[in-house]
Design a protein around this ligand. Structure first.
Ligand code: EPZ
Length: 417
């Protein structure tokens, strides 16, 4: 298995363009099967393991996909399958989004439980209930989920929690159903807006995406679309934290600053100079950070759970005592064990972490335990004195396009072996 070797302590300097959003392109690729008479073109697609797996699922369903650089061409005109095998479903969480897309076109589907990072329980009850509210009959057998719908119906779906995936599944399932479907307590993440914009570019009629109430007016047919994926806000925050931990000075391009307000405000409270324009962000960091007020993860527009591990790593060497409360995924503090191997002082109590800032971290051999936990170890290693070896790179490869090349270009001493 490949590993990363990082010699820390070098301030990052320079400019970087941020890749397209993983959590936008994955549901949009699932949505692309809803067009059966044209070829969609999707630009700014990052080259990630999760995108490669999603393309494998599309091809298994009979869809042809070609990649030219960061542009994918998707042709779903041939007969579409309705079954995704377990070995593909289990490679990522967002495979569950195909359930709604397949049902919308085929009115039946056979899938198994999705995979994804182990961040604690990752049930799909809200997805199941949403499809049942739309008239689907769902049978769960050992490891297999059968969905049937003789007649799709519209309806009102009230999500008990603003689940990103369940909101996406509700939108995909209902966009070709007659009538008006309402999703209440919908997730408001920017990736939901991107999915709605793609579906509307295909001829769907969806309004309210980005608010907690989404209206889907079912249409009879969707055509091909030419679409550009939004920038990845979590990748952007990752690079900002890499600069902040090394006392660096970088400028990010191709970002949407308003998607990252809580993180940008926290970086400023840590003592960084943060200059955010609409599509660029400049950060200049001090040699030692100040501990910010307590961080609490919440659904968008609150502080994103996906940035929690990144800040846990960043704050290990800030001045003072800091607190982070994780309200979304109970298993998201696993990386603390690895950070302690590098000298971090982190105390955990249920869903709360208390960080006592130390003068500096030292290199160690550590293991990535999930995607954002792996990125957190990169941040810690870049700021540490000495050499850090990070194992289980496959986690990081799921969500970061060209991470090693990009960091090298910014002056980091990092090698993939
Ligand atoms: C999406 O996961 C993202 N993944 C996650 O990013 C992100 O952390 C998460 O949204 C929250 O923002 C993709 O978009 C591919 P949820 P998702 O449904 O849809 C509970 C990353 O690192 N829940 O909003 O799985 C769930 O247990 C990944 O890029 C139910 O109880 O997240 C969690 O506590 C990690 N029942 C909460 O809701 C359900 O049926 C939020 O989950 C579904 C979810």
């Amino acid at each position: 298995m490949s590993r990363l070797m990082i010699n820390g302590g070098k301030p990052l300097k320079g400019d970087l363009s941020v890749h397209g959003a993983k959590n936008a392109v994955l549901p949009i690729l699932a949505a692309s099967i809803l067009c059966d008479d044209g070829v969609s073109v999707i630009h700014n697609c990052p080259d990630l393991r999760d995108v490669a797996t999603t393309i494998e699922i599309l091809k298994y369903l009979g869809v042809s996909v070609t990649r030219t650089g960061h542009t994918l061409t998707v042709d779903a005109r041939s007969r579409l399958g309705n079954h995704i095998p377990k070995h593909l479903m289990q490679q990522l969480r967002s495979s569950i989004i195909f359930m709604g897309a397949i049902v919308a076109r085929k009115h039946k589907a056979k899938i198994s439980l999705p995979g994804g990072c182990e961040l604690g329980p990752r049930p799909i009850d809200l997805h199941i209930k949403a499809l049942q509210d739309l008239g689907c009959k769902i049978k769960e057998k050992k490891n297999c989920i059968l969905i049937r719908s003789k007649k799709m119906k519209c309806g009102t779906i009230h999500l008990a929690f603003p689940s990103v995936g369940a909101t996406e599944n509700a939108m995909l399932t209902s966009c070709l159903s007659p009538g008006i479907t309402i999703v209440e307590n919908a997730a408001k993440e920017p990736e939901i807006i991107d999915l709605a914009c793609f579906l509307n570019a295909m001829g769907a009629c969806i309004c309210g995406a980005g608010t907690n109430r989404i209206e889907i007016h079912g249409v009879s047919h969707l055509h091909a679309a030419d679409y550009t994926i939004m920038p990845d806000r979590i990748a952007a925050i990752t690079y900002l934290c890499c600069a902040a931990t090394t006392g660096g000075d970088i400028t990010l391009h191709n970002v949407i600053s308003e998607h990252m307000e809580p993180a940008l405000s926290l970086l400023a409270q840590c003592g960084c100079l943060v200059e955010a324009k609409e599509h660029t962000i400049h950060i200049a960091a001090p040699s030692c950070l100040t501990m910010p007020p307590a961080i609490v993860t919440e659904p968008y527009p609150g502080f994103p759970t996906d940035a929690q591990s990144l800040f846990l790593a960043l704050l290990t060497t800030a001045n003072g005592i800091g607190h982070i409360r994780e309200n979304i995924f109970s298993g998201r503090f696993k990386v603390a064990t690895e950070l302690r191997k590098m000298g971090a002082a982190i105390a955990l109590n249920n869903n709360e972490a208390t960080i006592t800032g130390v003068p500096g971290l030292h290199g160690a051999t550590v293991k990535a335990t999930d995607l954002r936990g792996g990125a957190a170890l990169v941040i810690a290693a870049l700021g540490a004195q000495g050499t850090t070896e990070i194992e289980n790179l496959h986690y990081i490869d799921r969500g970061y396009d060209n991470l090693t090349t990009n960091l090298t270009r910014l002056g980091a001493d990092i090698h993939r072996i």
